[in-house]
Design a protein around this ligand. Sequence first.
Ligand code: ADP
Ligand code: MG
Length: 620
Amino acid sequence: MSKKHIFQTEINQLLDLMIHSLYSNKEIFLRELISNASDALDKLNYLTLTDEKLKNLTFQPAITIHFDETKKTITLEDNGIGMNEEDLINHLGTIAKSGTKSFLSNLSGDKKKDSALIGQFGVGFYSAFMVADKIIVQTKKAGENQAFAWISDGKGEYEINPCTKESQGTQITLYLKDEDKHFASKWEIENIIKKYSDHIQFPIFLHYTQSKFEGEGENKKETKEDKVDQVNNAKAIWKISKNELKDEDYKEFYKSFSHDNSDPLSWVHTKVEGNLEYTTLFFIPKNAPFDLYRVDYQSGVKLYVKRVFITDDDKELLPQYLRFVKGIIDSEDLPLNVSREILQQNKILANIKSASTKKILSEIANLAKDEKTYKDFYDNFGKVLKEGLYSDYENKDKILELLRFHTNTQDSMISLKTYKDSMPSDQKSIYYLLGENLDLLKASPLLEKYAKKGYSVLLLNEEVDSFVMPNVSEYEKTPLKDASSKNALEELGLDSIDENTQKDFESLCNTIKEITKDQIKDVKLSNTLQSPVALIGEEENAMMANLMRQMGQPVPPTQKILEININHPIIQKLKEVQDKATLEDYIVLLLDSAALLEKGSIQNAKNFTQKLFALLEKQL
Ligand code: ADP
Ligand code: MG
């Protein structure tokens, strides 16, 4: 009984793409199929240790490849977990992962880049349709009796039929397109495997026939001999001692392991012996994975116990702010049948996690020795690293050292150490200003005050800054302060204004307070501003807002203090304006301008522009 199914819309989109656009790096289809076979072997290995029903199953995990030059086929077989009918529908007909939609929207149109994305997005199986116009998957799930055949030409539909198959596992036959028939050759297959899959930890056997000629002249006879070679190295590279490995070995392993086509930025390989015994191999990638900022990001770390794969889906193996790190943890101490559920509370893993975190942070610190490399790293991962400031109290200081900041005085980003080293001797704190973008921050009238004292201010323009920075109270014993807070401004010791001047402006201040009464908290005189007006915040409010944001509550607009520059001609003339209505218009305009300078937007733009137009009309 044959059953026809149609592919999910997204799959069709994807297949269309594979077949018509992504042809620059077709050979990766083999890497993807081998990686799936290896996953299937890993899964079965694990189940024979943990699942009662499969405990008695013995098998020699292996991947076997046949090809036929004349029939233009390649057949890939594994004796892993296999699939039943439901699995086939779920895994080879729909894309369960929400990642696919973002895969499609991430495509750049640049074929080379796009095909590099394929592996990353976990849509590997479908890449086989780049080279094949028909695929048959025959598969039998471990522990079940019925085998099934899945057939498709990649054009909207697939068919599933019951079939016969001796042992558990999956056999995939590709019917190559004419232009891709060259892949059905010993030389090509060997090369691709060497390039991408050498470190797959199961043996990959390639079957081929070798022609032999016997005899001489007329008696010369051709005989064919069937042969099998193991093509890959099949060594768990992390178990090899560091001294025996070359940079190339690490790079190649990284590429086959991570499906990333670029070399890693660096790696740390650690073997720990003693109380606990484990090996870790971590890579810092050059490029950010597509899902770095998605809640459902894929963990980059695989957990092994004595070389048996346990899981690649545990986001707790490393802290979240290191989620860009890829690699392997292989423990000798965990029980082999450790269930994935109890991993969370496991003391051994907690220990490994903590030591690994320190290792990785110090490797990042190493990277920072080279400014250019570090800039590449920081552009990609700096923002994520910052999250560690509130989630990893233990390593807060280490993380702080790794951060780089824009300032109002330098073009390149600097570290807190650099900032601190160049502080004038009378500067008491490290000052920062939070805001939506750099241009806006640089235009802030507040900076004028700090410039007057010769102090630099860190300009924090990322969303994460407003979460994390208020939690950082000091760096190397120097307090960090929001430059717009009263507390910070008082430290500057500016704006001491004598009583006579205070009296002189008293009436103007009162009028301003009256007109803007719900919008601002207070009006203050300043003789250090360049601009006529500026809005000043208060530290307590920033902390409060931060807390509310963390609890997912709307943050009420905070009331600020309006500073007016007593030396500015506008303010001086304002003092003389008699007509109440005119004065009111001017004050509203000034307050809105101060808000614009601070946030880049105002609440009632229409009102603002109408007042401005009226003013222009009067003047022109
Ligand atoms: P991914 O490997 O990232 O999950 P793929 O498109 O490569 O994405 O594979 C989709 C799914 O199909 C796999 O997750 C797996 O469940 C199933 N699958 C593919 N190949 C095999 C295989 N050889 N044995 C068992 N299951 C497989
Ligand atoms: Mg895959």
